[in-house]
Design a protein around this ligand. Structure first.
Ligand code: ADP
Ligand code: MG
Length: 355
């Protein structure tokens, strides 16, 4: 009999989904996208997302400050609302608290959590508080609204559509690497180091950019936020339409900090960019005729945006066009999977190393 580790996160979700028989007409979109979409009167849908952060899987208390954790627990959910073109409004917070957690920790956690609520006009409306035998457990459920005719989903890309990503990729994964190896002397300036670590511990969700896309007439055909890594999340965009994609290596966006730190530490940035994960950037496809208009709009708001490739009709074939002209096929399970997680192994290895 197979266990969870053998199945993997995405096959497990498929299994849950395939067992659902009935679906109410009120649910416009159920399992499978960044948010569930629920019908509502008027011209808006209600959208809902939920995300858990678990100590020793998503964060380590020795490297994460409680205030940042409070902020991040909201940010990762805001990012899912942004991925649908929505605006968040109401949150529910569940905490599983180990008995030894200092009260000071919770004060700082709420300081960060409330900062994010204020910044994004989100109101905390409920939740649950339970004890957890060992590890801190945080779950946020976030509700939002989206205009019915400007809902972006993972479904809808067509061959020939261009693929875009906001900001830069791999910073969070490199920030985590730096955090997890304090004994290693990274050849990196304090500024570069701080920038990469911030990308991991306190990411900024791309809500502003998503609002701009939603308020425009640009023909965005599909969208997702990059949480599992570019390669894997691109598979999510291609999957239901039986599509493939070409990614151009020379177009993949790197921050100056990542470029510099990889160079001086003799590190290959490509695996971090393709499958590092937790970037919380927007990955979307657009009709080719709208490319110029989109680039102009993002230039005006000063947000970096990269045209990284094109959607193809070759089902499941997502390949990287390398700088040397060769092609590399990128597998669906190349990113972060909770049950085959390389990151968790790294945390565990690191912890053993410290004992
Ligand atoms: P994201 O990375 O955007 O948060 P996930 O990969 O976590 O998305 O989840 C993908 C989809 O599967 C979402 O629609 C989510 O609601 C759904 N899902 C995940 N776990 C479960 C579960 N245990 N029961 C029902 N739906 C689930
Ligand atoms: Mg998401």
């Amino acid at each position: 009999m197979s266990d969870a580790a053998q199945l993997g996160e995405f096959d497990l979700i498929d299994k849950i989904q395939s067992r659902l028989k009935r679906r109410s007409a009120r649910i416009k979109l159920g399992i499978g996208d960044d948010c569930a979409v629920i019908d509502a009167p008027g011209n808006h849908y209600e959208i809902v997302t939920t995300d858990a952060l678990i100590e020793s899987v998503h964060f380590d208390l020795s490297t994460t400050a409680p205030r940042q954790l409070g902020r991040k627990s909201q940010s990762v959910n805001i990012s899912d609302i942004a991925a649908m073109g929505g605006t968040p409004h109401t949150a529910f917070l569940t905490l599983g608290i180990p008995p030894k957690l200092p009260a000071r920790f919770l004060d700082q956690f709420f300081l960060g959590f409330n900062e994010r609520c204020r910044e994004y006009k989100i109101e905390l409306a409920g939740g649950d508080t339970v004890s957890s035998p060992k590890h801190l457990f945080i779950n946020v459920t976030l509700l939002g609204q989206v205009k019915k005719n400007r809902l972006f989903t993972r479904d809808g890309a067509r061959p020939g559509d261009r693929i875009f990503v906001t900001g830069s990729l791999g910073d969070s994964a490199l920030g985590l690497k730096i955090l997890q190896s304090p004994e290693k002397k990274w050849a990196a300036s304090a500024k570069n180091r701080a920038e990469l670590i911030k990308a991991h511990v306190d990411p900024t969700p791309r809500l502003r950019e998503s609002r701009i896309l939603a308020q425009s007439k640009l023909r965005v055909t599909s969208m997702i936020d990059v949480s599992d890594g570019l390669a894997q999340d691109l598979h999510h965009l291609c999957r239901r339409g039986n599509l493939g994609a070409r990614l151009d290596q020379d177009k993949l966006p790197k921050s100056k900090a990542m470029e510099k730190v990889c160079q001086t530490n003799n590190l290959n940035p490509l695996p971090l960019i393709l499958s590092g994960g937790e970037d919380y950037e927007l990955l979307f496809t657009l009709k080719s005729e709208d490319v110029k208009k989109l680039l102009r709009r993002f230039h005006e708001i000063n947000t970096p945006l990269a045209l990284i490739g094109e959607v193809t009709a070759k089902s499941g074939e997502i390949f990287l066009q390398r700088n040397d002209g060769s092609k590399e096929l990128l597998k669906r399970d190349s990113g972060f999977d909770h049950f085959r997680s390389f990151r968790k192994k790294r945390i565990d290895r690191n912890r053993k190393g410290r004992l």
